[in-house]
Design a protein around this ligand. Structure first.
Ligand code: P6P
Length: 335
């Protein structure tokens, strides 16, 4: 089995980018150890504080964020970083050429109930004249990502990564502390019978989303002509890993609980990195109306409606919204 570093040396265009990914994995291995230790590492429970998102932080959220920040800030290749847990962008090394954006522990509300969580990361290039103390340097579309990935802290610790030449899977062998290639050039099946959405939000969705789900739930006797199964783990990183493994569609669409927000999930460190992995694996990713990675961001913590996974199913969801000629009063104002 091939180790991560030689695989990257062969597939990744720039040795400095390889070093950044290698450094990130150092932090993620430490996080994996702490997650595995659980109660014995003293990191479970609430940190008794809120982040910029207004979310209650878990101790492991804060610890994971600080670990990744410490490793990246020490790397000459890293010009700056942005985190779901940080209010503002953090300038690192002015001579660096990469910007790293991350959700240090996606799904962390699941930590205390022992459900899979993960670190999601996105890597952008920074022009020499760009100053990483300014958020504007980070506001690049998903198409500009030079790498994206996640590390899944589950029964196994897995890395799924793309540097623009396909999406590839690695498993951590804890006996030697190395990631080994286990799935090269992952391909998502274009069709599916499995969907993931938080059904409790049904009454808050736009009508096209309600109509799509209504039709889907009719199964083989309805317009879809097949019976679907449903999954909801409340951990995007675990849902997307399932979809990369066997197909499916993940949806967190706009809902009117907070009408001013276009969605719950964040574009820069959830939507875009996961979209790169999914598109590189032959899937699709949309906001229901726009292709995710074509969005020109205007805010580092910008939220977005998310539909991604098996290409044909994403096309179907988008079609339901395109057929929606009636302007709904619930359209979100730009946030
Ligand atoms: P809900 C986790 O908090 C997260 O950001 C995603 O990982 C997950 O898919 C979603 O929110 C779950 O949201 O509203 O079902 O708790």
């Amino acid at each position: 089995m091939q180790r991560l570093r030689p695989f990257l040396d062969k597939h990744c265009p720039n040795p400095d980018l390889v070093s950044v990914i290698d450094g990130l994995m150092l932090a993620c291995k430490d996080i994996a150890n702490r997650v595995q230790l659980g109660i014995f590492s003293g990191v479970l429970g609430s940190a008794e504080q809120e982040n910029i998102q207004g979310e209650c932080q878990k101790k492991l959220d804060v610890i994971s964020n600080d670990l990744i920040k410490m490793v990246l800030a020490g790397m000459p290749q890293v010009k700056g970083l942005a985190s779901e847990e940080e209010s503002n962008v953090v300038a690192c090394n002015p001579d660096g050429q990469y910007l790293v954006l991350f959700d240090p522990l996606d799904g962390s509300s699941n930590i205390d109930v022992n459900v899979t969580v993960g670190t999601i990361f996105s890597i952008l290039e920074s022009a020499p004249e760009d100053d990483a103390t300014y958020e504007s340097s980070f506001l690049q579309s998903g198409r500009k990502q030079v790498a994206a990935g996640y590390v899944l802290y589950g029964p196994s610790t897995l890395l799924v990564l793309s540097t623009g030449n396909g999406t590839h899977g690695f498993a951590l062998d804890p006996r030697v502390g190395e990631f080994f290639l286990v799935r090269e050039n992952i391909q998502i099946p274009t069709t599916t019978k499995e969907f993931a959405i938080n059904m409790s939000n049904y009454r808050f969705w736009d009508q096209p989303m309600q109509r799509y789900i209504d039709d889907l739930l009719q199964g083989e006797v309805g317009p879809m002509g097949k019976r679907y199964n449903m999954r909801w783990i409340a951990s995007m990183v675990a849902e997307i890993h399932r979809i990369l493994t066997r197909g499916g569609v993940f949806m967190y669409p706009y809902d009117s609980r907070e009408p001013q927000k276009p969605g719950k999930l964040r574009l820069m460190y959830e939507g875009n990195p996961m979209s790169m992995l999914v598109e590189q694996a032959g899937g699709k990713s949309s906001t229901c109306r726009d292709t995710m990675m074509d969005i020109q961001p205007h805010d580092i913590h910008q939220r977005v409606s998310v539909i991604m996974g098996s290409a044909d199913e994403v096309d179907t969801v988008v079609r339901y919204h395109q057929e929606d000629t009636k302007p709904t009063s619930k359209k979100p104002k730009a946030d």
